[in-house]
Design a protein around this ligand. Structure first.
Ligand SMILES: [Zn+2]
Length: 315
């Protein structure tokens, strides 16, 4: 019943061993052929509906004071990325207090991931998520957590070092679990959160706590949020997610419980859907489900057995 599953390939080669060398990022920045992704206040600069990859000649020679630069990677061959194979990509994270953005090219605009994701190519989405995760980390980890000294950016943007005590700090990834709950009769239990429109349904997710396995976290979160007990879990796959820098571990979880009990804190309602019932509800607009770039959608379609059509799709 698995339909989704050739191992996805990354669009960028992160050059993890090379980028630690002193001067690596400076040499990339000195080359005319690198391209730049820009972030400001949690949003990326888009051109048209795609992520903007700017020629350094289009940017000011001196970027705003406090800009943090990060080497993202080299475009890998055969991934369908719009840039030539081997292009070096650099992220510039503009400081939050940057006010003057007059130099930004006229046909571009900043957008957050949720607003941009529906239109992004797969490769753009990967670069956006990577860039946002590391940008979020830099903006919130400016000082040494041991001694409070301002840290310095090292290793092409992948380490912050403390000159006072010599400690090194790395970008954090926060594990989270996301679960498509399937009942004994084969139906799926989807939840509606208070933060969403009342007809939006999705899988249930939550962060793994310190010292907890992903499986234990999944069973705990599902019991807390929708009140059913999972007796078994199948791991399906993972997706990096930029809020704020999560790694979503996706499962299908099986339960024998029938009565769901929304927590009334995060979850407003939980509803069982059969396959045909969900497809019809999506087509009629009675229910909306997560967009196609999300692991939530992947999990729902893993259960469904193929792509779920949306209003406007050609059947
Ligand atoms: Zn320190």
């Amino acid at each position: 019943m698995t339909f989704a599953s050739p191992t996805p390939e990354p669009v960028l080669d992160r050059q993890c061993e090379q980028r630690d060398a002193p001067g690596y990022l400076a040499a990339v920045l000195a080359s005319a052929s690198h391209r730049v992704v820009l972030f400001h206040r949690g949003k990326a600069l888009l051109q048209g509906s795609g992520l903007g990859y700017f020629d350094p000649a289009e940017l000011p020679e001196v970027l705003p004071a406090g800009t943090t630069s990060v080497f993202l990677g080299q475009v890998r061959p055969g991934q369908g990325h719009p840039l030539p194979d081997g292009t070096d990509l650099v992220l510039h994270v503009l400081p939050n207090d940057t006010e003057n953005l007059d130099w930004v090219p006229g046909d571009s605009a900043f957008a957050g991931y949720r607003d941009a994701a529906q239109e992004l190519h797969k490769g753009d989405a990967q670069v956006f998520i990577q860039a946002q995760a590391v940008a979020n980390w830099h903006l919130s980890h400016t000082h040494c957590p041991r001694c409070g000294t301002p840290t310095e950016v090292e290793a092409s943007g992948w380490v912050r070092g403390c000159a006072k005590d010599g400690s090194e700090h790395f970008p954090r990834t926060d594990p989270a679990v996301i679960v498509a709950i399937v009942g004994a009769d084969g139906r799926i239990l989807l939840a509606n959160n208070f933060a969403w429109e009342e007809n939006r349904y999705s899988t249930v997710a939550g962060f793994v706590e310190a010292g907890e396995s992903a499986e234990d976290g999944a069973v705990r979160e599902i019991a807390e949020e929708v009140g059913v007990h999972l007796h078994s879990l199948e791991y399906i796959g993972s997706q990096a997610w930029p809020f704020p820098r999560s790694l979503m571990l996706g499962f299908i979880g099986h339960t024998n419980d029938i009565d769901a009990a929304p927590d009334n804190v995060e979850v407003r309602a939980a509803r069982w859907f059969g396959r045909e019932e969900l497809q019809q509800a999506v087509l009629s607009g009675e229910a909306a489900i997560s967009h196609r770039q999300s692991i939530a959608r992947t999990l729902i379609e893993e259960w469904y057995g193929g792509p779920i059509l949306e209003p406007g799709d050609n059947a």
